[in-house]
Design a protein around this ligand. Sequence first.
Ligand SMILES: *[C@@H]1O[C@H](CO)[C@@H](O)[C@H](O)[C@H]1NC(C)=O
Length: 398
Amino acid sequence: MANQMSSSCFLIHLLLLLLLLQLLLPSTEAAAAYDITSFGAKPDGHSDSTRPFLDAWSAACRSSGPATVHVPAGTFLIGPTTFPGPCKSSSIIVQIDGTLVAAPSSHASEDWLLFHHVAGVSVYGGTIDGRGASLWSCKANGHNCPRGATSLRFLGSKNIVISGLTSINSELYHIVIDDSQGVTVQGVKISAPGNSPNTDGVHVQMSTDVTVTGTGIKTGDDCISIGPGTTNLWIERVTCGPGHGISIGSLGKEDQEQGVQNVTVKSTVFTGTENGLRIKTWGRPSDGFVRGVVFEHALMQNVQNPIIIDQNYCPDGNSCPNQQSSSGVKISQVSYNDIQGSSASQVAVKFDCSSSNPCSGIGLQDVKLTYGNSAAEATCEHADGSASSAVEPPSCLL
Ligand SMILES: *[C@@H]1O[C@H](CO)[C@@H](O)[C@H](O)[C@H]1NC(C)=O
């Protein structure tokens, strides 16, 4: 009798266990996975794997549930590709374990890897190599060169994650976030030589709720550039150098342009860069604006222009209606808090604002910038604001 009891007890437990497994199964079901090699991609670095990559994307995009596009270890040659949406799947992971190398540039495409109208897409890991060197040397030799391609662009997209990706040697910008919403860039590494032209690290424009965190950028132009129509941008734990710093702008090139609002840049380190924290506008009419910017906890190591607002950008005489014109971009509510380190030029703080639209509400707090053994300087043109006591070089704000 006792034996019978325990065996039926055992059976009940077994049944319960099976039931439990049954309940758990749907949630543990693996997402549909599409390995680009099963669509014909070759990890040899010279067979063209563009079509297989796109076919794997299309299959993932058509999935009714979560899907993964897998790029396994190895080197895959990929030409300019648009990964189109909208997709049926609301969650697609592009898992890159290997390296994508750009096909020798066709010079026709503005982008190498373009995700267009997608939502819920995450790009994880791996390396993308734009192989920009031949274009850079063409530009350096003053030939009539093509413009080049951005390596990775998200356009008209939302709920995007780019995590753990390494981007090297883009022809032009490395990563562009354009007309998008809800984008997280984290743990990304970007590298190109300090003299490579226009190889901005991350460029954001016409986008809202974008965060860039834990990212190391060494490149030939801005580490991060922030274009018109950027709102709610959060940048934290970013290292920059070589490079041209973190720049809001250039803005105000157009007469009508969307403003930049609510930008936080914190815990950054700049090493040997041309600029640290910069706001840059064209010296020409525009209805653009920059409003609500917090720069805090920045370390400058031998930076040419650690803190700079330059509203007289006009690289060649033809670009501005006349050299006397001032910028229409209104800059207000910009604070600098806990900015420390060394300047590589005497003017460590430069506010060169528009004569017709003076900067207002500039705040300096806990700023300590040195210039070798001599005193660093601050210069102000048309800049209003206030400084706390511990500011060096002494503030020139009105
Ligand atoms: C500013 O942007 C941050 C994200 O960067 C967001 O959390 C915050 O709510 C925004 N503030 C306003 C007033 O929209």
